[in-house]
Design a protein around this ligand. Sequence first.
Ligand code: FAD
Length: 399
Amino acid sequence: MIAKILNNNLCAGCGLCQSIFGENKISVKLNNDGFYRPNVNQKLNKSEGKLLSKVCPAITVKKDKTVCPKKDVVWGEMFSCFICSSSDDEIRNEASSGGGISAVLFYLLKTQKVSAIIHIGASKEIPYLNEVKISTTRAEIIENANSRYAPSAPLQNILDNIKQFESYAFVGKPCDIAALRQYSGYNAEVKNKIKYYISFFCAGVPSLNATTDIISSMDLNIDDIKAVSYRKDGWPGFFKVTDKANRIYKLSYSLTWMKLLGPRVQFRCKICADGIGHLADVVCADAWEDFDKSGFPTFRNAPGKSLIISRTKIGEELVQEVLQKKDIIFHKEIKDYRDIDKMQPGQLWKKIYFLSRLLGLLFLNKPAPRFNSDFYLRATFKSKPITFIKNFIGIMGRT
Ligand SMILES: Cc1cc2nc3c(=O)[nH]c(=O)nc-3n(C[C@H](O)[C@H](O)[C@H](O)COP(=O)(O)OP(=O)(O)OC[C@H]3O[C@@H](n4cnc5c(N)ncnc54)[C@H](O)[C@@H]3O)c2cc1C
């Protein structure tokens, strides 16, 4: 099964398989293409294979039926959906967008709703690598705030990582959330200890080689760098490298994300019907509000704002509490969900054209991950026939 996943480029690189089956069976490592991938040291038996097929996001992303008051054909189930920013200036400045995620995380810690946060930050030893962080203080949350547009495998050692404390909030990409949420149905410790699932909109994971190529293009020796961040000093902020002599090198978000990182996302992300965290309790995204003549976000620097969506009852209770306690500032309620279409054109596109890509794969008799059909089916009606066909043909070319 893992060979089939790898041969068809379906792996998302979350690392859960290593944690479940142990490193002597599966070890997840960075490969030459700059992505985390499993190496099979010992074949899985039949029941292990069956479990993998139920939890691995390369194979399945399924949401249990829930009762939710609002549902949009593109943006999914929502209790509330509004624009906010952290009321803590340091959090807002250090974060990617408005610091919505970090504000919620700090609230969870200070109210002792959870004992620790499992999320991703930069490695201290090799600053362009991502690693799992377990944060228990405001300072640690701030240190690990901000988006890291490079592979992360937050579930690689999740079963060991949840041993230390009583309860956790887990932050991950939508595929990480799907994997852990699905696995929680088979593992009581995960079910009991992971209290909150927090995610963000995700356009895809770029290769680590894209990051190291940008650093090389700055005429920097990779061994001379001290820190790498992707969205610092504003919103959307800059790709920023600090060398060991404390010299700073910066490139714009438009250049780095749109031209250098975005085009190098892994194949699995191009056939994803869940870039928006359908299985999370709370999801944040960039709340772009400034558009050019063609209606595309300008990415002009401004004080950061987060779109925040609660997708479950406990997510909604949490968001309302954080708002009431004024840890986040309320800017605007999203009354018309078509406003999110404008803020997130890439995500809208992914939803509308997912079915055409899926059909392209099926036409070639290639496997594809199975998503809940209501993540994408009704959104397909928004597609233009010609672009639908282009995506159908395009994905066949990319395989
Ligand atoms: C690969 C990637 C693609 C993204 N695509 C989109 C998009 O299409 N649209 C959009 O609006 N936003 C996207 N984002 C998210 C966006 O950049 C912001 O992170 C989001 O708006 C939340 O901002 P915030 O200020 O609330 O988060 P912050 O307060 O800055 O917190 C960010 C949290 O995310 C965690 N994190 C950062 N990088 C990773 C990673 N690689 N893997 C797992 N966890 C991580 C951090 O540990 C931190 O807890 C993407 C992020 C990533 C990493």
